[in-house]
Design a protein around this ligand. Structure first.
Ligand SMILES: *[C@@H]1O[C@H](CO)[C@@H](O)[C@H](O)[C@H]1NC(C)=O
Length: 214
């Protein structure tokens, strides 16, 4: 008798556990699938580890079925946030240098204007991605895509112009190194976001753009 009770309890407990695990499962399962999606898409980028690291926190933002457009938009937002924090940092450094009349103030000021331009370009890109509809009836995808690609390339050039301004000058020391590290990080995020956008654009084209009849 005791054995039967014990067995019944065991069965009940198993059922309970099984139900709990089942209930928990979809969320965990979706997150890990979202992460796998991010990892597979990041393979198309130049800085894969950074790509996975910068995006996996936002796996929860991806809704199933996972969309390449959504991932490209998330990458753009992450890049814009980095561009804004870099701009804030360089703004503060420039203020300090202006007061101390440091020799390399001019270089930092020029870098700041590049980063600010990059912030504008990335902001425009995010707005433009919203004009891309999943069902392309107007056929204006090539126009939106080429705008985004142009602006992201400009943002990429902005970062590297800033970095170039610092190289070969025996000035600035630690401050220079700090700015450079931040801008290199921004440049890499921008490059990754562009690669993810290009990947989305290629898929979109093959799915939507009608092939000319032969
Ligand atoms: C992720 O989702 C949250 C909540 O919806 C939102 O506030 C945030 O901006 C999103 N982040 C990105 C990078 O898309």
């Amino acid at each position: 008798m005791a054995q039967i009770v014990c067995l019944t309890n065991f069965v009940l407990l198993s059922v309970l556990l099984f139900t709990l695990v089942q209930a928990e499962h979809p969320v965990v399962y979706r997150r890990s699938r979202a992460r796998a999606f991010i990892e597979s898409q990041c393979k198309a980028t130049l800085y894969r580890d950074l790509c996975v690291r910068s995006l996996s926190y936002y796996a929860k933002n991806l809704t199933s079925p996972f969309s390449h457009k959504q991932l490209a938009q998330i990458a753009l937002k992450v890049t814009l946030a980095k561009a804004e924090s870099t701009r804030a940092y360089v703004t503060n450094v420039a203020k300090e240098l202006k007061q101390t009349k440091a020799k390399y103030y001019q270089v930092v000021e020029e870098c700041l204007s590049q980063i600010s331009d990059g912030v504008d370009q990335l902001t425009n890109c995010i707005i433009e991605t919203r004009n891309i509809k999943e069902d392309d009836k107007s056929n204006d995808f090539p126009w939106h895509a080429s705008n985004i690609q142009t602006w992201m390339s400009t943002a990429l050039t902005d970062s590297s112009t800033c970095i170039d301004g610092f190289s070969g000058r025996a000035i600035g020391g630690k401050t220079k190194a700090m700015i450079k590290a931040k801008v290199v990080n921004l440049e890499q995020l921008t490059s990754n976001a562009l690669a993810l956008f290009n990947r989305f654009a290629a898929r979109y084209r093959s799915a939507h753009v009608k092939k000319p009849k032969v």
